[in-house]
Structures are given as structure tokens and as C-alpha cells.
Design a protein. Structure first.
Length: 187
């Protein structure tokens, strides 16, 4: 077999926008091939398990981004509010102020929900756990911190969906602005 022309990581980065835009069910091999500049046989060289391997690689890439840009800032230096602010700023950038859809959110829909349930649950749970730890550090009882953390992720994901449906970024922007008070305020 000839050596790959581009690194696998680059191929995955080219697949991401297709899964982000169309989800798993809507991401045809034709679209995936077009996005990567590779023929189907070359895609199978990188991903012997086909589209499912491509989807799994996209989730892994999304999970790394979330770990490095959303979860890591929550345990960095500064007050809980400042650390949460860094996470929210990074999410705002990733989602283009509410104009872009969520890769992970789109992979929870349709056939991929069952296919990737374990991976998706793990990614979302890590994010929720990190937010809960931050809220607990800010003084909330652990059970309340866990509820608020899950609510924060629900609100962010929901705002992306509703804003996308309305063609309006205001729900996402409003949600990001309210998360600090909703997650960290009052015991």
C-alpha cells in the first residue's frame, strides 16, 4: 500500500466540518471524500472501519478540543468565575458566536446516537463533572453543583439548537452571559 499523502490528523480535521454540519446520518461518503480531497479507497486506508471509524475519530478530536479548551481552563489559575469565563470565551469562539452547530450535538441524533453512545456519554460527563467541580469549589453543595453543571451544558447545547432553528445568535449569547450567575451564584 502506498504511504498516505497527508497525516491522519489532517484528514480528521477535514472530516470535522462535514460531521458538524450534517451529523452522522447526513455525512455521505461523497461529502467526506470531497472535504478531505481523498477518494473512497484512500478514506478506507485511513479508516478501515469506514464511516463509523471516521465518526469515532471526529468524536475523539472534539473530545480533545473540549478537554483542552473547555475543561482545562476550569481547573487553571484564577477565581472560579474567571476560569468559567475562559471556558465560555473558548466556546463562543468554537461556535462562532452561536452561528455554528455542535459536532457532538449533531452526533447524538439519528443512527450515531446508538453507535457512539458510550463515547458521547463520556465526553459530556467529563464536561459536566468539570463544571460541577468548579461550582463545588465556589461553595455550592456537591449535589447542587452537579445539577447546575448539567443544566449549564443542557442550556448551551439547547441554545445552539434553538438559535440555529431561529437563525438568531441571541439565544446562545444570552445563555453564555447567564451561565456564570446560574452556575456559581448563591448557595
Amino acid at each position: 500500500m502506498p504511504a498516505p499523502l497527508i497525516p491522519r490528523d489532517e484528514v480528521v480535521l477535514r472530516l470535522l466540518p462535514v460531521f458538524q454540519r450534517y451529523g452522522y446520518d447526513g455525512a455521505s461518503l461523497s461529502e467526506l471524500s470531497k472535504a478531505t480531497g481523498l477518494g473512497r479507497s484512500s478514506l478506507y486506508h485511513y479508516f478501515p472501519g469506514g464511516k463509523a471509524d471516521m465518526g469515532r475519530a471526529a468524536i475523539e478530536c472534539g473530545a480533545r478540543w473540549l478537554r483542552d479548551n473547555a475543561i482545562a481552563p476550569l481547573s487553571g489559575a484564577g477565581t472560579p468565575a474567571k476560569r468559567l469565563g475562559r471556558m465560555l470565551k473558548n466556546l463562543d469562539g468554537l461556535y462562532a458566536g452561536g452561528r455554528a452547530s455542535c459536532l457532538l450535538g449533531n452526533l447524538v441524533i439519528g443512527e450515531s446516537r446508538q453507535l457512539f453512545q458510550a463515547e458521547l456519554a463520556q465526553v459530556f460527563q467529563r464536561w459536566i463533572d468539570a463544571l460541577a467541580a468548579l461550582a463545588a469549589e465556589a461553595g455550592l453543595p456537591r449535589a447542587e453543583a452537579a445539577k447546575r453543571a448539567q443544566d449549564a451544558v443542557i442550556r448551551i447545547q439547547g441554545a445552539l439548537i434553538v438559535g440555529g432553528g431561529l437563525g438568531d445568535t441571541a439565544p446562545f449569547r444570552r445563555t453564555l452571559a447567564r451561565i456564570p450567575a446560574d452556575l456559581l451564584a448563591g448557595r
